[in-house]
Design a protein around this ligand. Sequence first.
Ligand SMILES: Cc1cc2nc3c(=O)[nH]c(=O)nc-3n(C[C@H](O)[C@H](O)[C@H](O)COP(=O)(O)O)c2cc1C
Length: 350
Amino acid sequence: MPPDIAVTHISPAEAQAASRLEKLFSRGNAFLGSRVAILGGAMSWVSERHLVAAISNAGGFGVIACGAMGPALLEAEIAATQALTQKPFGVNLITMHPQLDELIAVCVRAGVTHIVLAGGIPSGPAVRAVKDGGAKLICFAPALVLARRFEKSGADALVIEGSEAGGHIGPVSLTVLAQEILPHIRKIPVFVAGGIGRGDAILAYLEMGAAGAQLGTRFAASRESIAHPNFKRAFVRANARDALPSVQLDARFPVIPVRGLVNEGTKRFLEMQAETVRRFQAGEVGKEAAQLEIEHFWAGALRRAVIEGDVENGSVMAGQSVGMVTKEQSIAEIIEELIEQAIAALAQRA
Ligand SMILES: Cc1cc2nc3c(=O)[nH]c(=O)nc-3n(C[C@H](O)[C@H](O)[C@H](O)COP(=O)(O)O)c2cc1C
């Protein structure tokens, strides 16, 4: 049995499977400095010091979600995470953050080894600032053309996130993205995300050429997650079909798709859009103001659900993988379960 994938009471077939899994994870582990190349995807309000440190301490790779934090808050969060873990972890920055340069500088000064630039195509200066600072750059590639562009322009690794994921999503499923991108991007590691809840699924993507996987939803409901008990309970109760993308009512007023649990808030969002479109058509409100009203509907809503526990009116972002959250587990339990499922799937073939 390889020393790094710890499984007790294993048969020879399982030992062989563990060794094979170790090999499949080896590129991702070498890149992340982890024991298992499973990233805890950054989740605003959820991915803070405790969850990030717990994921890295359990052998995975935690990622702080900077979200709307300013430089001082981010600096404190990084220091607090470093106090809780000796293991590497990353920081996810949103490209359109008005203080992106300062946030990158904070990460570099604190010795953060991996920076994820999310929410858009990073600018040349942002890419250079990360690289010149000595950190590894991870980008999100929603299509093969962009994956190729990032590979050329200096990204050290990519995440491909399918529309099954929780939070802001693109239009294409991971099943398709993986087929489109994995065979063609070989120079840098590619991590898969979206809808992953089991180890055998991770194994399938590793065998297709992925370097590892990124999970959000399963970790959000973990014991170490600071999310409100109501938020975690909603995850445990929900099925895959409850995690739906936000609905856009009128082509003139675009809505960025966000996948989350359907609740009173999502119903009111539809009613609100209908009323706003009516007022626009009646000439009571201008187009720009109407668009802003629609965009502002969810302002602060994720915090309301995650921190305050208002899962009826807040935004309960969750991936379709939510159906595989069946109880509140520790991060270590979740990671070991994922590894065991992958090993069992491999061993069964022997
Ligand atoms: C509650 C929640 C909040 C999220 N917030 C962010 C975010 O701030 N930035 C980001 O890049 N991704 C965000 N994500 C996406 C995750 O990082 C991850 O890629 C996704 O959850 C993977 O799919 P899964 O939920 O099916 O595991 C969020 C996901 C969830 C569930």
